[in-house]
Design a protein around this ligand. Structure first.
Ligand SMILES: [Zn+2]
Length: 149
């Protein structure tokens, strides 16, 4: 797969979660100083678990570049929650932008398939809206790997 390049400003405009924005702002600032960042994240398709590697670095033209490469992909039964065209209800579910775990109402973060079972979404006519955030484990791991206190 070819690297996908996105301008930092465009990317941040699409990021609603405060913590995720802070992480990216820090990563971009460090990249401008010449310190690259590299991390793995999940970005699943409804019927495929996908792991990508992200590299954020200062390119020769002085711009901060985001290069995302597919590392691993495996098929699974399609999850309606992740289908763009699925009918939605007003309830929102938070999904971690890094590991794609879903926050349950009790605060636990679980894999998407487990959330679908726990919330009985298989039999639901409409699935909740999705909002992106970051789970506690990924937040701690990212802060450590990018040197953010
Ligand atoms: Zn996570």
């Amino acid at each position: 797969m070819l690297p996908e390049r996105v301008l930092g400003t465009k990317l941040l405009a699409a990021v609603a979660d405060r913590t995720v924005r802070e992480l990216y702002l820090w990563i971009i600032r460090r990249a401008r100083e010449g310190v690259p960042a590299r991390f793995c994240y999940r970005c699943d398709a409804p019927d495929r678990r996908r792991t990508f590697e992200m590299n954020i670095y200062l390119a020769a033209n002085g711009q901060v570049e985001f290069a995302s490469t597919l590392l691993h992909e495996e098929p699974r039964p399609a999850v309606a929650l992740l289908e763009t065209g699925a009918p939605r209800e007003e309830r929102m579910l938070r999904v971690c932008s890094w590991c794609q775990k879903v926050a349950l109402p009790d605060g636990a973060w679980v894999p998407v398939e487990e959330a679908v079972n726990a919330l009985h979404l298989m039999e639901a006519e409409r699935v909740p809206l999705i909002t992106h955030g970051i789970c506690d484990a990924c937040k701690a791991g990212m802060k450590m790997s990018i040197g953010l206190k």
